[in-house]
Design a protein around this ligand. Structure first.
Ligand code: NDP
Ligand code: 8X3
Length: 253
């Protein structure tokens, strides 16, 4: 294996969905994984499942002091991070802007934007020293607006554009940057978005044959497995059952 190939990945949001599937995928393929998230019981279960190639760090990614403490507490074996997978994120609410909760908007910005840039900024020196890589999870919502998408789409547009800008800034360092923009995938995403409405989640995904967390983990791992001279800039992917619709037009009377 090429010595520049990343070997230790820090995955934010590894207690569910894409992040948990990615933790399994990377460990199955011989990597070491640092798995983060707020739910300690989920992290403990992952530790029991995946063994000592996994290090778990339980913290709220919006808590900068907790994030720094978790990084400072990394065992030496895990301290050389080669790949940062910025995956933790969420949507909150499906209402149009005029009916949305400001608290939901702030939660999305704090998680999807502020926490992501804070962790990235913190790890850049390590990633540059190791000629590592960053993979950011954005969304099709970054490009295609839909009603009720408001701040979620805005936060993901930030993630996509930040990724491209990061790539430009890291020119010549050997650090690779990729943004992955998935469409509909069945995870806990919609239960979280609806503040716990499993019925709404089942209704959204029912009969739609959505992508799975494993589909996205496979894509993430494929990106990470490319040779060092190759940078995948961005990937947009959807289930075959999902596509585009036209503009809406409001008519008087
Ligand atoms: P899940 O809800 O299944 O998983 C989200 C993960 O993010 C959980 O592990 C959760 O951990 C973590 N997380 C959320 N908030 C915080 C926080 N404050 N601190 C620490 N961890 C946090 O959703 P997905 O796997 O679907 O989502 C992963 C990413 O993919 C998100 O960025 C999402 O926006 C994006 N995405 C999802 C799509 C989909 O259709 N599912 C499509 C496109 C993009 P915990 O709750 O334990 O803290
Ligand atoms: C999640 C996909 O379509 O719900 O990022 O915005 S969508």
């Amino acid at each position: 294996m090429n010595t520049h190939t990343p070997r230790t990945v820090l995955i934010t949001g590894a207690t569910a969905g894409f992040g948990r599937a990615a933790a399994r995928k990377f460990i199955d393929n011989g990597w070491q994984v640092i798995a983060t998230g707020r739910r300690a019981d989920r992290l403990d279960a992952l530790q029991a499942e995946l063994g000592n190639a996994l290090h778990i760090a339980c913290f709220d990614i919006r808590d900068e002091a907790a994030m720094r403490a978790a990084l400072d507490a990394l065992p030496e074996r895990f301290a050389g991070i080669d790949l940062l997978l910025n995956n933790a994120g969420l949507a909150q609410g499906t209402q149009p802007a005029q009916d949305a909760l400001l608290s939901d908007w702030k939660t999305m910005i704090d998680t999807n934007v502020t926490a992501l840039v804070t962790l990235t900024h913190t790890l850049l020196p390590t990633l540059i020293a190791r000629k590592g890589a960053v993979i950011n999870i954005s969304s099709t919502a970054a490009t295609y607006p839909y009603t009720g998408g408001n701040v979620y789409g805005g936060s993901k547009a930030f993630v996509s554009q930040f990724s491209l800008g990061l790539r430009a800034d890291l020119h010549g360092t050997g650090v690779r940057v990729t943004v992955i923009e998935p469409g509909m995938a069945e995870t806990e995403f919609t239960v979280v978005r609806t503040h716990g409405d499993q019925v709404a989640s089942d209704k959204l995904y029912g009969g739609a044959n959505p992508m799975t967390a494993e589909d996205i983990a496979d894509t993430i791992f494929w990106v990470a497995s490319q040779p060092p001279h190759l940078n995948i800039n961005r990937i947009e992917l959807m289930p075959t059952s999902q596509s585009f619709a036209g503009f809406q037009v409001h008519r008087e009377g």
